[in-house]
Design a protein around this ligand. Structure first.
Ligand SMILES: [Zn+2]
Length: 319
């Protein structure tokens, strides 16, 4: 069996499918297919190595490359948008929808690439991301707060949601009353589901971390009374009011850690350790039976991926 024969695809109600991008580990980064009558959209594209997976799933669902009307990324971090250029090359009718602040990094990914290479080193960068391919400017549309597009009988509504990154929007699907929320509504891995439901925690981007904006964005999303959130990390979650409350509390906790260690020389390490301990005890309280080693293994990449470099740099470039 090849790697492509065992792509995890979860089909939700209302023509929404989560396709595992294959990035890092199973069920860490989801891409979504949003199916309408005669056309389809892809929301989040993963990395270059996700492109053949998405093409394979499209074909298996009976879609031609010409049927893809929109390719959308919630923000331009590479686990969400690294494969944009390679995917767009294969989808002749697709328009690429992106936040106004992220657009130029998709048209000219040289700076994104240089920044990521500086963080990961050339070897690791090439292994996990490959060569970043530009998206043609003529095929790209910047989506402002409040903009909408039609996808068959669906209406997609775009809302500016800074916090995790300033170039982040969320996309509402009217048919399922759900938000494709990127990293704005935190992280929630299915491995941590228990009888109590989903375990959720905020994304922790140490340098760009903007808790005030993040909270405002969570409140804005929750105020629309959605039935679902489609998280990039990972999958659909329901019971949104309860989870929103957890996220807001989580953000307060993170701010507390940051303030507590503000003036210490090794504050990054201290804060990271505090976050780890907090998450592990939260998982135990939630009834997760996995060992702490296994939990840390599942959480490890976030602590690495949500790391300073790209966020910091982008924030300053776009500010
Ligand atoms: Zn992410």
């Amino acid at each position: 069996m090849t790697e492509h024969d065992c792509i995890s695809v979860v089909e939700y109600t209302g023509g929404v499918l989560a396709v595992d991008s294959g990035f890092v580990r199973e069920h860490m980064v989801a891409c979504y297919l949003l199916e309408a009558e005669t056309e389809v959209a892809i929301i989040e594209v993963g990395t270059n190595s996700s492109t053949p997976r998405l093409m394979k799933v499209l074909a298996a669902r009976g879609w031609q490359p010409e049927d893809v009307r929109y390719v959308i990324v919630t923000h331009v971090h590479l686990d969400h948008a690294g494969g944009a250029g390679s995917l767009m090359q294969l989808l002749p009718n697709a328009t690429f929808l992106v936040h106004p602040y992220g657009a130029r990094h998709m048209v000219d990914p040289a700076r994104l690439e240089a920044s990521a290479r500086a963080i990961y080193g050339d070897e690791v960068f090439e292994q996990i991301y490959g060569k970043l391919i530009p998206v043609e400017e003529s095929r790209l549309r910047k989506m402002e707060d409040g903009d909408t597009v039609k996808l068959g009988s669906r209406q997609l509504f775009f809302m500016d949601t800074p916090g995790h990154a300033r170039h982040h929007f969320c996309v509402h699907d009217n048919l399922t009353n759900g938000w494709f929320c990127g990293d704005t509504f935190g992280l929630s891995y299915r491995e941590f589901d228990t009888r109590k439901g989903a375990f959720i925690f905020p994304t922790t981007t140490p340098i760009q971390f903007d808790p005030i904006a993040a909270k405002a964005s969570i409140l804005k999303l929750a105020a629309t009374q959605p039935e679902h959130m489609y998280l990039t990390h990972y999958g659909r979650i329901d019971d949104i009011p309860g989870l929103a409350e957890h996220l807001l509390e989580g953000l307060d906790t993170l701010v507390g850690f940051a303030e507590q260690h503000l003036h210490e020389a090794d504050r990054a390490q201290k804060i990271e350790k505090a976050i780890q301990e907090w998450l592990l005890s939260g998982l135990v309280k939630h009834g997760v039976k996995l060992s702490s080693e296994k939990c840390l293994e599942l959480l490890h990449t976030d602590l690495v991926l949500n790391t300073q470099g790209i966020d910091f740099w982008l924030d300053h470039r776009d500010g």
